[in-house]
Design a protein around this ligand. Structure first.
Ligand code: SF4
Length: 348
């Protein structure tokens, strides 16, 4: 792998561009490691425009690590509702408790100690160190890998941890010449605005030191690893209620979407699923109607949900109005309710 042509020039060009062109974002106005931690976790798998209102609500409710550590799990998940990948919410809650209990509420600066926090990997630890503490730790995520595979004309698999570590080492030569927080955020911003999958090289401050641009191969890099198709799991989901209130069940704490309020969901044949539903909720099932299907994709699998409205008697004490319990509803089941709503009108 090549090294940077001119690490110092690279750093100055990047940071000069960043200081002139950066977007004004609320989490860029702070050096508070807690807020930077929250923003980084929210930004994983999520676009800035989507996460911003969540970030602002979250910080208003939990302005510091003590407030988050003292909160109950349900309240944290409720504020996260709709953002998906709920493990991030669970992790940041656990991490906040760890910071309060073990570090007295002060985020550690040490890389290895940061890695002991739930939800914090190499990228997030480096982002916190460089942005909050001005330490020369380059943060390398998928976007930064894309930029650097091009700058170095490096045909590597960007998803491999070993390759990410190599890029970290190359960037360490450069970050030491600049303000670490500007450098890290500059790399992120360049990946988000300029060196996108379809790169805008004519506007790029790194053009003169980009080997891929020099060779005209920037659009062929980075190599796209072959995507494995995600396994599909099929379930029956039941809508049972009076049109305003529905039967919800609290999902077990451990496991996917744990602790959230879900609609009844069963595998197997429809007959088996209805029998299990009738037994679990003491419902005498009269008739049922298939309303359609909903697909939901997780990071590692997909759900195909066959949605049925069920009519019958019993189970009234399980009925709740969506959102009334203060417990979050998983996005997959909000989609099911939206399907029902589309066909039957509002249930507010
Ligand atoms: S010159 Fe083009 S390919 Fe190279 S870093 Fe800039 S935007 Fe990316």
């Amino acid at each position: 792998m090549k090294r940077l042509k001119d690490p110092e020039g690279f750093a100055h060009r990047l940071c000069g561009w960043y200081r002139e062109h950066r977007r004004e974002l609320p989490f860029r106005k702070t050096k508070d490691p807690y807020r930077i931690f929250i923003s980084e976790l929210m930004l994983q798998q999520t676009q800035v425009t989507t996460m911003l209102p969540y970030y602002e609500r979250f910080i208003e409710r939990f302005p510091d690590v003590h407030a988050l550590a003292a909160a109950d799990r349900e309240t944290v998940l409720k504020l996260w509702e709709g953002l998906g990948y709920y493990n991030r919410a669970r992790h940041l809650h656990e991490a906040a408790r760890h910071v309060v209990e073990i570090h007295g509420g002060a985020f550690p600066e040490d890389f290895e100690e940061l890695l002991t926090l739930k939800g914090v990997g190499r990228y997030t630890a480096a982002a916190i160190r460089s942005i909050a503490f001005e330490r020369p730790s380059p943060a390398v995520d998928g976007n930064v890998m894309r930029v650097m595979c091009r700058v170095l004309a490096y045909d590597a698999d960007p998803t491999k941890v070993s390759e990410r570590k190599r890029i970290e080492s190359v960037l360490t030569d450069a970050i030491v010449h600049e303000v670490p927080s500007d450098f890290t955020q500059g790399m992120m911003e360049l990946g988000a605005l300029i060196c996108r999958p379809d790169p805008a090289c004519e506007k790029c401050p790194l053009r003169d030191c980009c080997f891929a641009y020099e060779q005209g191969i920037q659009r062929t890099l980075p190599r796209r690893p072959k995507r494995k198709s995600k396994p599909v799991e099929t379930y029956h989901v039941f809508i049972y209620g009076d049109g305003r209130r529905f039967l919800f069940m609290r999902r077990p704490e451990s496991g996917l979407l744990g602790g959230l309020d879900g609609l009844p969901q069963y595998g197997g044949t429809l007959k088996q699923a209805l029998a299990a539903f009738a037994q679990d909720y003491e419902v005498r099932v009269g008739s049922h109607e298939h309303l359609g299907n909903v697909r939901h994709t997780f990071s590692h699998k997909q759900w195909l949900l066959k949605v049925h409205q069920v009519f019958g008697q019993g189970g009234e004490h399980h009925l709740k109005q969506p959102g009334s319990s203060g417990t979050a509803i998983p996005r997959a089941h909000s989609k099911v309710l939206e399907l029902f709503q589309k066909q039957n009108g509002t249930f507010a």
